[in-house]
Design a protein around this ligand. Structure first.
Ligand code: NAD
Ligand code: GLY
Length: 350
């Protein structure tokens, strides 16, 4: 097992990564929280695979455990499901010292984390990521959210988990398309911080547990510097500003990771066209995303994406922070006005 410690101003917790960790969930809850009762929250695809094992482990450790199962998919990250979850916690009399377990991908983690942040003004929660995307990104760092009809992640909280328990065996049942989408976030870390990871991904000389550990270390370092996303943490939005717009426009027909891949290509093309990124590095990023089966083009126009971006939550103080690759392993944060953004979008689609 590999352990990465996340140290943030609001506290400290461990990310445990390894095969066969799920049966230790109950003991881990006992060690990392004061819970007597736990609510396991999972999607309809994940619960039949890992729900019973989770409940069994919790009960064997002497904890009471209840479960709630949601439909799979981004549409579950909504006000209605959030309300349902809060009511479920109340009906099952979870107290402030009890614990929510988010068993699943980023959708379950974001929704359950937001409910945990707000139920009785905050109860402990544990992330048990079962997708690659959740393992390398969404389960770590305490961003929780639901979507509103007006846009993605428009209501949420910064609220750190008490523990992240990543059993890499669970990734074996992940559909191929979801695994590929997770690699978009892995490639993000490589472009942001890590030429060695980039080369290893290109040469396919990596194993999943090590990739996850490497990405989590990068994320832990950034989150330690900037827990609330006012500075350096913005870097983690590489590919996300344009990606969110593409994702929203597709009404979530595109997976989050697929949209991030398209957004990454767009910002690389725009950076190349401005002479900020070399032609070779731009081509290398696109080739790597393609090698992992990710989409690199979109049918949406710059005007369509611009309209969607205007509601992006990262558009604050009249400026949007774009994350601009300068070379593999280094990106800059560039604040742009709406007028400038139009040009970046147009260049990104050329
Ligand atoms: P997801 O949670 O929708 O899971 C993907 C699909 O795989 C679902 O159908 C799910 O049921 C299924 N699944 C999950 N684990 C499985 C397994 N082990 N075996 C079989 N099927 C499994 O998608 P995701 O890509 O994990 O997460 C995307 C979400 O994460 C988006 O809402 C995005 O906004 C959010 N996100 C949040 C952060 C953050 O920092 N909080 C970061 C990145 C992404
Ligand atoms: N996924 C971006 C962040 O956690 O900041």
């Amino acid at each position: 097992m590999k352990t990465v410690t996340v140290k943030v101003p609001s506290g400290q917790y461990e990310v445990k990564i390894g095969a066969g960790l799920l049966p230790s969930l109950g003991n881990e809850v006992r060690t990392s929280t004061n819970a007597k009762r736990c609510a396991v929250i999972a999607g309809e695809n994940v619960f039949p695979l890992y729900g019973e094992a989770s409940l069994k482990s919790l009960r064997s450790a002497g904890l009471e455990a209840v479960s709630l199962v949601f439909p799979a998919g981004e549409q579950t990250k909504c006000l209605g499901r959030y309300g349902e979850l809060l009511e479920f916690l109340a009906e099952n009399r979870l107290t402030r010292s009890d614990c929510v377990i988010a068993l699943g991908g980023g959708v379950t983690g974001d929704l359950s984390g937001f409910a945990a942040a707000t139920y009785q003004r905050g109860v402990a929660y544990i992330q048990v990521p079962t997708t690659l995307l959740a393992a390398v990104d969404s389960s770590v760092g305490g961003k929780t959210a639901i979507d509103l009809p007006q846009g993605k992640n428009q209501a949420g909280a910064f609220y750190q988990p008490a523990l992240v328990l990543c059993d890499t065996d669970t990734l074996a049942t992940l559909p191929e398309r979801e695994l590929r989408a997770g690699f978009a976030e892995v490639i993000k870390y490589a472009v942001l911080f890590d030429p060695a990871l980039f080369a290893a991904l290109r040469d396919k000389t990596v194993d999943l547990p090590s990739v996850i550990e490497t990405c989590v270390k990068h994320k832990a370092a950034i989150v330690a510097e900037d827990e609330r996303d006012t500075g350096l943490r913005r870097l983690l939005n590489l590919g996300h500003s344009f990606g969110h717009a593409v994702e929203s426009r597709s009404h979530y027909a595109l997976l989050h990771g697929e949209a991030v891949a398209i957004g990454t290509v767009m910002i690389c093309r725009a950076a190349r066209s401005r002479g900020l990124l070399s032609r070779e590095d731009c081509a290398a990023v696109i080739a790597l995303l393609e090698a992992y089966g990710l989409p690199v083009e979109t049918e949406y126009t710059a005007a369509e994406l611009f309209d969607t971006l205007l509601i992006d939550k990262k558009f604050s103080g009249g400026k949007l922070h774009l994350i601009v690759p300068r070379r593999i392993g280094h990106c800059d944060i560039v604040a742009v006005t709406p007028g400038e953004l139009r040009f970046w979008l147009e260049e990104g689609l050329r």
